[in-house]
Design a protein. Structure first.
Length: 257
């Protein structure tokens, strides 16, 4: 689900996004590089000259992403919900400039039906995982480097059945502020997607078009998001040395209405 940066696969083409080349020679870690958004981000960063480290739990998806990149990359397995996996990852990844995590394990459903283990996994991926990534990897980030995580519009527009998603995304928004202070001068930001047509809504079948049209009609931007919108926001967070502790809302104003 794109509102939460969740894992998934896609055969989307490479992102044609102009860039000033400031990623040339930079080492960029993408956690969740097997997801739709992670794959698109990796392709855009690679096209901009970055060396990629592709991380995630499924090596097949990571290899798929690696095969679509125009520049060098390395695949390293990572379970963001497991601290031992994070420490092993830190030992292998070496120095880097920027880390972006799209990882999430949603736990949606009516409150009375929520399973505690599912809720804990959701927090592990969205809140505790980013905290531990910063803990174990900040010493390997360049002084001008950054961490960028994915929050989501559900934190600002909660809905029945999305209580865990709203809470984890909200907690992450506050986490980036705290981390930005604690691990400075390394910067920490978040991107908060709204409804983005990455293919995640294809399961609606014939109802998808009407759903997205309704979202566009309500949004102040009068459109739904595209993967390019998210990637541009991430690249902005990476590039701008005066942006830290900030949540970039890429939701067409959806959180306001």
């Amino acid at each position: 689900m794109s509102t939460d940066g969740s894992h998934g696969t896609s055969d989307e083409g490479s992102q044609d996004i102009s860039h000033d080349g400031s990623l040339k020679g930079r080492r960029v870690v993408v956690v969740g590089a097997g997801s739709r958004t992670g794959r698109a981000l990796a392709k855009a960063a690679s096209a901009a000259g970055a060396e990629l480290v592709l991380a995630g739990p499924d090596p097949r998806k990571l290899e798929w992403t690696a095969g679509e990149l125009s520049g060098p990359s390395e695949v390293i397995g990572l379970d963001i919900a497991d601290e031992r996996s994070i420490t092993d990852f830190a030992a292998r990844v070496g120095r880097f400039d920027h880390l972006v995590s799209t990882a999430a394990i949603p736990a949606n459903g009516p409150l009375r039906e929520l399973d505690a283990a599912d809720v804990q996994r959701a927090f592990a991926a969205k809140v505790i995982g980013p905290l531990l990534l910063a803990k174990h990897l900040v010493g390997q980030a360049s002084e001008s480097g950054s961490f960028t995580f994915f929050s989501g519009v559900a934190a600002w527009r909660p809905a029945p059945g999305r209580t865990v998603m709203a809470t984890t995304n909200g907690a992450l928004a506050f986490l980036v502020q705290a981390l930005a202070v604690e691990i400075a001068p390394v910067r920490v930001n978040a991107v908060s997607p709204g409804i983005v047509d990455t293919g995640s809504w294809d399961g609606l079948g014939s109802d998808k078009e009407a759903f997205l049209r309704g979202v566009a009609e309500r949004n102040p931007a009068r459109r739904v998001g595209s993967p390019d919108d998210l990637i541009k926001a991430v690249l902005y967070a990476i590039d701008n040395p005066y942006v830290t502790g900030t949540v970039l809302h890429v939701d067409g104003g959806g959180r306001l209405v």
